[in-house]
Design a protein around this ligand. Structure first.
Ligand SMILES: Cc1cc2cn([C@H]3C[C@H](O)[C@@H](CO)O3)c(=O)nc2[nH]1
Length: 218
């Protein structure tokens, strides 16, 4: 973050597996006066003129993966490019994790044919070239897939009821490949948080890492 921290604007993307605690982190930071938080537009994905793309995708990823991920890419781009009012914009995930984690998972698991993966990749590459997508920091909530699974069960989002541990393990490995092993380009430095704690401990952890700017001028 810049020295004076007064005028510059910053964008932080919060990345992590399903159930890794992104919502809890974002809800906490939404209380900071200088921060605007945008959560994942899951409600849009669940209701495209009354059609639930998320449900379709979980029911038949091979048939609906491209449809769903194309819409995710659009809705994430809209968030990346929406006018920023406050000094810090915090986003839940990004157009990058959409591509490097979720689309990659569909392709590597054989659920997305090469031609669909190629079309999505050409869209992704063109958007990065032509759109103003700026990320200053990636916060990676690192968790064990078993923890994610337990939390998903507790949260019980209808579409996520059947998510198997294997899917979470694959997604975990893809997050690690991108954010830790740097197998895909990183648009910003990565701050790794231990997402294994319960809420109270997590808040102490956020506080320990919260740079001055998120707290606004003294
Ligand atoms: C960027 C991005 C988020 C995202 C979420 N999802 C799924 C995982 C969760 O079950 C749900 C909400 O995160 O949507 C997906 O399949 N592809 C995605 N791509």
């Amino acid at each position: 973050f810049g020295t004076d921290g007064k005028t510059e604007k910053h964008t932080v993307c919060v990345e992590g597996n399903i159930g890794s605690g992104k919502t809890t982190l974002l809800e906490y930071f939404s209380t900071y006066p200088y921060t605007e938080v945008t959560k994942e537009p899951v409600e849009k994905w669940r209701n495209i003129k009354g059609m639930n793309a998320l449900e379709y995708m979980y029911k038949d990823a091979s048939r609906w993966g491209l449809t769903f991920q194309t819409y995710v890419q659009l809705t994430m781009l809209q968030i990346h490019t929406q006018p920023q009012v406050k000094r810090v914009k915090m986003m839940e995930r990004s157009i990058y994790s959409a591509k490097y984690c979720f689309v990659e998972n569909l392709y590597q698991s054989g659920k997305m044919p090469e031609i669909e993966y190629t079309v999505l990749t050409e869209w992704f590459d063109f958007l990065l070239k032509t759109q103003d997508i700026k990320v200053d920091l990636i916060v990676y909530l690192k968790t064990k897939p078993e923890t994610d699974l337990r939390r998903i069960k507790e949260r019980c989002r209808p579409e996520e009821k059947q998510i198997p541990l294997e899917y979470l393990e694959t997604l975990h490995n893809l997050h690690e490949d991108w954010l830790i092993k740097k197998k895909f380009p990183l648009p910003a430095p990565v701050l790794v948080l231990n997402g294994e704690y319960e809420k109270e401990e997590m808040i102490k952890e956020y506080e320990s890492y919260t740079p001055h700017i998120l707290r606004g001028p003294a």
